[in-house]
Design a protein. Structure first.
Length: 269
């Protein structure tokens, strides 16, 4: 009973957090931050409790597609919320809270598959997956920041100083955070790939080959971007395009194949 109610309560909390930003986005006093953070943190707690019940089972860890998606969503939402306590991220908050709300609906509507893992028996796999998750979360944040940088840049070019502008970070600060996240995420992704190559026996097996290739391609894109920014001063549209390409490759590498297998093929079969 409680397992089914937790996502509903989390959805309501996330929806309230999203609405508290959007309804006062262009208000002279800005969004109602106390209400937003209170609702957002409540949503995170409820989301975590619901996720814990479905992820950890007596038979092992259930890493089904919906559970993994919910876990990544929770990690991104936590990261953006914590960042927002110190850096203005008013444009990112309704995006992550809104997506987290939709994820709660998905957990209720999408049938749960059973994809058991036993990480206590394979520490190397646990480290690899942990690093891969962290890399994906950090690089997703970098992608969100790249969109925010693009928006701030366009507002400055148009000399648009609407009330929401005062709740955005300075362009240089937003760009600096974007590239710090890119660098950190690229390092984490490189470590995850290195551990996979060295310690995971079926790294190049047919079932994992597409994931390996797409992850490696994404890593090369991010390495090229970090090098280009440091040596050639790449920024703006070039940085945004390469960031989105790299993140899409990572998303396809893991979620794409599992979505086709678990949601489309298994349902039709």
């Amino acid at each position: 009973m409680m397992t089914g109610l937790l996502p509903i309560f989390a959805f309501a909390a996330y929806l309230l957090a999203t609405g508290s930003v959007l309804m006062r986005l262009f208000h002279p006093k800005g969004p109602h931050f106390k209400l937003m953070f209170s609702a957002g943190i409540l949503g995170l707690v409820l989301h975590m409790l619901a996720l814990t019940q479905t992820l950890f089972t007596p038979a092992g860890q259930n890493f089904s597609l919906i559970n993994v998606s919910s876990l990544v969503c929770w990690l991104v939402t936590v990261a953006v919320t914590v960042t927002a306590l110190r850096t203005p991220t008013v444009l990112l908050l309704p995006v992550v809270y809104g997506f987290a709300a939709l994820m709660q609906i998905a957990t209720l509507l999408v049938p749960q598959d059973l994809q058991l893992q036993h990480f206590e028996q394979n520490i190397s796999l646990l480290v690899h997956i942990t690093l891969a998750f962290l890399a994906y979360v950090v690089l997703t944040m970098a992608t969100l920041y790249s969109f925010q940088v693009s928006y701030i840049s366009s507002r400055l070019k148009q000399k648009d100083f609407t009330p929401v502008s005062q709740y955005l970070p300075p362009l240089m600060q937003a760009e600096a955070i974007q590239f710090r996240l890119l660098m950190a995420g690229t390092v984490l992704l490189g470590l995850a790939l290195a551990i996979g190559v060295v310690f995971i026996e079926n790294w190049l097996a047919k079932a994992n080959l597409h994931k390996t290739i797409l992850s490696a391609l994404a890593f090369l894109v991010f390495v090229s971007l970090c090098w280009g920014h440091a040596r050639k001063g790449w920024r703006g549209r070039t940085a945004i395009t390469l960031t989105v390409i790299g993140t899409c490759l990572l998303t396809l590498g893991y979620f794409g194949s599992r979505f086709v297998k678990e949601v489309i093929i298994d349902r039709l079969g």
